[in-house]
Design a protein around this ligand. Structure first.
Ligand code: GLA
Length: 694
């Protein structure tokens, strides 16, 4: 039995060898297939007498001495398995293998799908045919070739998410795990293997990303036999998954991708896959005003009315009232869980404000954090037993919060009904849903409940959307702590980071976009000085930075200068007239030195493009590196114009290069190979370039 998936320039070849399912190949299409290539290896000294082919299941019983694919037992028995392929069926896009172990009384249904963007989707379901089986782990693995000698993933913390770490692959297992019960600020989104030469623009890259928002781990492994592989798994806590007789466990999907066109090629595969989903938001992404950094907990109807009027005047399309509108929530210390509009701060309710926003043609958004509860709340006082905990222990507080047990049907219904009522009564169009703490000691009825909690939030979001047609949801978790390819199927936007400092955002956005397309990432113009870093940054720089995403403003626009107001209005109208390009085009990031970020979006027909060129730090040389654009059609001629309608960058030179004022017309090839003389920008300034084919 064998199968070959071939799509989008990728081949994926499976073989049955002595009963084991073996992945023979995953990578760029092989002209002529694998026929004739020998797989039989030599037998080294001190080894099994015959060559072993452990295959995808990586079993001890088939001679695998490393980390296994499946781990589990039945009260200590059936700890070791030997699965045999009993069926391998499919076509060039999808194949399903059935693996049976009659002695362990287990079956695995393993499905692989390859789409025409080259994204390979793997999904395994473990079926138990015997008495209760405790599943400890199911790991997805894919083989890597010897030339994949480096790995790349992302680490971070609150307000500084997705910092790249690139390293040599050494013998052993490189693990990036997350035990927070949510994906986390330090969550990598995906694991990448690459060659030393791989850059944004060129070279090979292989990656995996799990469609899961709970605990997970990613791995790159090189074993003593020189086999290199990449994989991922959902983390299962002890005893969390016990499969009853006849039952099954569905492991979350793993989305793997390969590109020979660098990290941008890899990103493009994911972006295309994400954009092609039925659930991908099709409506133009509304320019958003989020009131958090404008008012924090100081809710005042008159002030908010003023902000709404200014917002409508400026062209804003969605106004989001953030934390502080409900219960006793006058600070983050109390009220969480009491989903009733506070009569203290909203004596007239929220409906009037919703109407005012709607009358002005905008959408109304409201903040929730439905999974959490403050101990100082009506909810906790009446239902202290509704929290996730182990035995009678109360988990340590984090931001004065505990986590509600959404696997408890009553707690789930309470949150669903409470929030659903607020949405219905106040015509809420959009909810920003936060998850401000980690899960710790998260048990329910004496068992770990991390997986159940993640599944519960997926179904709660789906039910809210089913009940309230057109409702959009933003996944926020103290900024970017719940951005992953699992949550992406249940929400319409991610809050990229609580850090609205544009200089920090340059890096955070650049790397979050490795997996998530810009239209799903919230990018706001924040105040100056930044509330997170205290840094003063010019509006033009903040505006260029926030343009490349689902743009918004998070700033008290009632207290800004007339100049800033008119620059904002110009930026808003620029965003609106260019978002269809920004949100459907191909993203490129140009490899440059540490001093600059150069990035852009090019339309599918390559007739138009928008580039941002940001000076991150002062250049060491008197002239910075030229601006070499990328992704253009070499044979087209382009007009390049500098957009300054919402403020010009500040320079450090006697004169700017003349093309900045007069524009340029040149071939795509010349713009990419010869480049444009770069202006000498002050640090934390940016240039916006607009290109149109002539
Ligand atoms: C989190 C979010 C912020 C804001 C606050 C409100 O930190 O990331 O954007 O909503 O909560 O408490």
């Amino acid at each position: 039995m064998s199968a070959r998936l071939s799509q989008g320039g990728i081949d994926f070849v499976l073989d049955e060898v002595a009963g084991a399912l073996v992945i023979r190949y995953w990578g760029p299409t092989i002209t002529g297939g694998l026929a004739g290539i020998p797989f039989e290896r030599t037998i080294p000294n001190s080894d099994f007498d015959r060559m072993q082919n452990p295959g995808v299941m990586r079993e001890h019983s088939r001679g695998w001495l490393g980390y296994p694919t499946i781990s589990g037992h039945r009260n200590g028995a059936n700890w070791s398995t030997q699965f045999t392929v009993t069926s391998l069926k499919g076509d060039s896009e999808s194949v399903t293998a059935i693996l049976d172990d009659s002695s362990a009384q287990l079956q695995i249904e393993y499905n692989f799908q390859l789409d025409h963007f080259g994204v390979l989707k793997a999904q395994a379901t473990i079926v138990n045919l015997g008495a209760a089986y405790t599943l400890n782990e199911f790991f997805y693995w894919l083989p890597l070739p010897g030339r994949a000698t480096q790995s790349l993933d992302f680490a971070g913390r609150w307000s500084k998410e997705r910092n790249p770490q690139r390293r040599e692959i050494a013998i052993g297992r490189w693990v990036r795990d997350s035990f927070e019960g949510r994906s986390g600020h330090n969550f990598t989104i995906g694991e990448i293997a690459l060659t030393p030469e791989t850059s944004f623009a060129s070279g090979e890259a292989w990656s995996v990303a799990l469609a899961w928002s709970g605990d997970s781990q990613y791995c790159i492994e090189k074993n003593y036999e020189n086999e290199i592989s990449i994989g991922a798994s959902q983390i299962i806590r002890p005893g969390e998954v016990i499969i009853e007789k006849g039952g099954s466990h569905r492991a979350p999907e793993m989305l793997a991708s390969y590109s020979s066109e660098g990290l941008d090629g890899l990103a493009q595969n994911y972006h295309r896959y994400v954009r092609n989903r039925q659930k991908h938001p099709r409506k133009a992404r509304p320019l958003t005003l989020n009131l958090w950094e404008a008012i924090y907990f100081n809710h005042d109807e008159a002030k908010i009315n003023t902000l709404i009027d200014i917002a409508a005047e400026a062209g804003i399309e969605r106004v989001v009232i953030d934390d502080g509108w409900f219960g006793s929530r006058r600070s983050d210390r109390s009220g969480l869980g009491d989903w009733i509009v506070s009569a203290q701060v909203w004596p007239n309710g929220l409906k009037g404000i919703a109407d005012r926003i709607h009358d002005k043609g905008m959408e109304f958004g409201l903040w929730f954090e439905g999974e959490m509860v403050n101990p100082d709340s009506e909810l906790y006082r009446s239902r202290p037993d509704w929290i996730l905990r182990e035995g009678s222990r109360t988990p340590p507080l984090w931001r004065h919060e505990l986590v509600l047990d959404l696997t408890n049907r009553d707690a789930f219904e309470y949150v669903l009904e409470g929030i659903s009522n607020v949405i219905a009564r106040n015509d809420v169009d959009y909810i920003k849903w936060d998850h401000n703490r980690v899960l710790a000691d998260a048990g329910s009825s004496g068992r770990a409940a991390y997986i159940g909690q993640t599944e519960a939030i997926y179904s709660l979001f789906d039910e809210l959307k089913r009940r309230h047609s057109g409702l959009e949801i933003e996944s926020c978790a103290s900024g970017g702590a719940r951005i992953d390819l699992g949550m992406i199927d249940h929400v319409d936007r991610f809050w990229t980071s609580d850090n609205n400092d544009a200089l920090e955002r340059q890096t955070i956005q650049r790397w979050t976009m490795q997996f998530i397309p810009p239209e799903l990432l919230g990018t706001h113009i924040g105040p100056s000085p930044s509330h997170q870093t205290g840094r003063h940054l010019p509006l033009s720089f903040r505006a260029v930075t926030a343009l490349f995403g689902h743009a918004g403003i998070e700033w008290d626009i009632s207290a800004i200068s007339k100049d800033d107001q008119s620059n904002l209005a110009a930026w808003i109208s620029y965003y609106k007239s260019h978002r269809s390009l920004l949100h459907t085009g191909d993203m490129v990031r140009v490899d440059s030195d540490k001093e600059n970020n150069l990035y852009g979006v090019i339309s599918q027909d390559k007739k138009s493009a928008i580039f941002g060129y940001a000076q991150l730090q002062p250049a060491i040389t008197s002239h910075p590196r030229k601006i070499y654009l990328r992704g253009l059609d070499p044979s087209k001629r382009y007009k390049v114009r500098v957009v300054t309608t919402f403020g010009a960058p500040e320079m450090m030179s006697i004169t700017p290069p003349p093309w900045l004022i007069d524009g340029v017309e040149a071939s795509g090839d010349a713009l990419m190979k010869v480049g444009l003389p770069a202006p000498i920008l002050r640090p934390a300034n940016a240039l916006l370039l607009e290109l149109s084919a002539v």
